[in-house]
Design a protein around this ligand. Structure first.
Ligand SMILES: [Zn+2]
Length: 202
């Protein structure tokens, strides 16, 4: 009788161990499926706008600006330019020509663009918000003396790009900044909810 129980315990132990191993492998596999990217700024070279945004690319043979696909800025631009359905921007400050142009390009291609921003900063010189409004892009801004200080964008409701990075020229080639990109739904969902909350509130 005792022997039988002992054997049973060994079997239960083995099955439990195998179950835990399989569970961990599946979990690891699922995590690996998520896109993750961490970008740091400043980039060492100024990016080439033509390379990124001109329909024919940069035709200069001796272009001194960066065409480096591994640079943080060009990676960031690729995420924006690859948007298929929507760009939900929650951005304290936008003064960067290239990023603003990427947004308006996508808007003209039919991508839904919504922008939440800060009232004081949208009225400063260099802000791209009035250009966005002229294009027909819908913008909502906070109604308080506090700052709408977020710096994130949700792309196609599937990818979130977030960090310390405001969409300014200084953030590209001057400041130390960090940007995290992920399509993990557990991270994307709360960002999307935050965007919707602010969009409805303002
Ligand atoms: Zn170039």
């Amino acid at each position: 009788q005792f022997r039988l129980n002992k054997w049973l315990l060994v079997q239960i132990g083995a099955v439990s161990t195998i179950t835990v191993i399989i569970y961990r492998l599946v979990k690891k596999q699922r995590q690996a499926e998520y896109t993750k990217n961490v970008l740091f700024f400043p980039d060492s070279h100024i990016p080439c706008r033509k390379y990124l945004l001109s329909p024919i690319g940069c035709t200069k043979n001796d272009c001194r600006l960066s065409h480096n696909e591994k640079s943080s800025f060009i990676k960031l631009m690729r995420y924006i330019l690859n948007a298929q359905k929507s760009l939900k921007l929650c951005m304290f400050s936008i003064t960067c020509d290239e990023l603003a142009q990427a947004v308006t390009t996508k808007y003209r291609q039919g991508v839904v663009v919504k922008v939440v921003t800060d009232t004081e900063y949208m009225n400063l010189n260099g802000s791209k918000m009035h250009g966005f409004l002229k294009q027909g892009i819908e913008i909502r801004h906070d109604r308080s003396s506090y700052l709408m200080h977020h710096k994130f964008v949700v792309i196609d409701e599937k990818i979130v790009v977030t960090g310390s990075f405001n969409w300014t020229h200084a953030a590209v080639v001057g400041n130390t900044e960090n940007v995290l990109v992920t399509n993990n739904p557990e991270i994307v969902r709360p960002y999307l909810n935050e965007f919707t909350n602010l969009w409805e509130k303002y």
